[in-house]
Design a protein around this ligand. Sequence first.
Ligand code: URA
Length: 458
Amino acid sequence: MLLPAQIIQKKRDGNALTEEEIRFFINGFTSGELPEYQMSALAMAICFQGMNFDETMWLTRAMIESGKVVEWKHGALGQRTLPTASFYADKHSTGGIGDKTSLIIAPLVAACGVKVPMISGRGLGPTGGTLDKLESIDGFNVNLSLDVFQGITEAVGCCMIGQTAQIAPADKKLYALRDVTATVSCLPLIVASIMCKKLAENVDGLVLDVKWGSGAFMRTREASADLAKAMVEVGKRYGKKVCALQTDMNQPLGQQIGNALEVRECIEIMQGVATGNADSQSRPTTAPSDLLEVTLALSAEMLLMAGLAKNVADATQMLQKKLASGDALRKFAEMIEAQGGDARVCEDVKRLPIAQHVRPITAPKSGFVQSIECDQIGYAVIALGGGRKVAADKIDFAVGFEHPKKIGDAVNAGEPLMVMHYNDEARAAEAEGTVQHAYRIEGKPVATRLPLIVQKIG
Ligand code: URA
């Protein structure tokens, strides 16, 4: 007979667990037979001792099998009989600040003919969540049943929802526990948590955006490369087409941070109004933005996997055409409509929640931006009310920041570091201090810029 305490002890002492022991724990925890304190103890032991690749695979498998695996209308890749069979692909990011690429990628890639079923998350720690952003669109429903999710994906081409009780319920329970027991930042637990949801979604192709830096869970390039390699390997063992782009999260991505502001930025990019960049006076320019660069790179990988393009250059050209023609925006509007939201935001971004007050946060001294404690910008959004301090908090969708100064930018004392959108003076004062402390400004110019896309893995 297996005793939970013996399994915890085995891992605590640095030994590898068997598939049977891992399955016993996950099944017991999911069904409620095994208490949270024993699951927490095992999670902490895993954080300290790690897991080998087999253990990570078994953990992922046990978590997938705690729920349903989606069956797509046209069957899994390789078992299809229809000549017009669809390719199903998803993209997943490990999370960041201003990281809103999913809002463009889903409709853009769907407009190219790939089916994009996306199961996304809410804000976590300082990082923003796709579901919270989508809910800033009046009426948008992210809580759909699996049947409706599948129906919209087939009919529209893309659908974006939250985790349902049917998909990987073990992860839903374990994730909530990890969030409050300091066991989120742990490679095997992150791999199993992300991959079990994506593999239960049963897509043919998966592109991972694995971030590194001061606004990411993985603070070093090495740790984020290890995470990317492990996730790619797990996906491959399941017969999926999978690759990861390792991208920079040492500064906010794009020009807007905060739920409704980020939706606005994405719509304006799909309208062709904004490129998402700003010059030193915080005015939009026509240079391609960091946001667009990462969005196009991830989307291109999805088209390559689907066999719709021969190389990245062809794929990028195809994507740019879909943006310029308005097809991506139309697809976004179709998806919003299908999910009960007010699709008129796509023509008129003023229909999104707007904060009562706007004012700049100024630089305390002159010089060049050397670095940004990017997670602090996420915490400043939470301070404004744009994220949750406790799970029950209601989000103020309108608040956030725009036009942040980026690393290497010159700034004069008194000039804006970014512009704050807020509804409450006391909250604004706290957020302002947090932002000012997050910037390191010194007299010397920045010699080398960090690459936005570090490498492709897989
Ligand atoms: N996102 C997830 O879904 N799980 C993790 O463990 C971390 C980020």
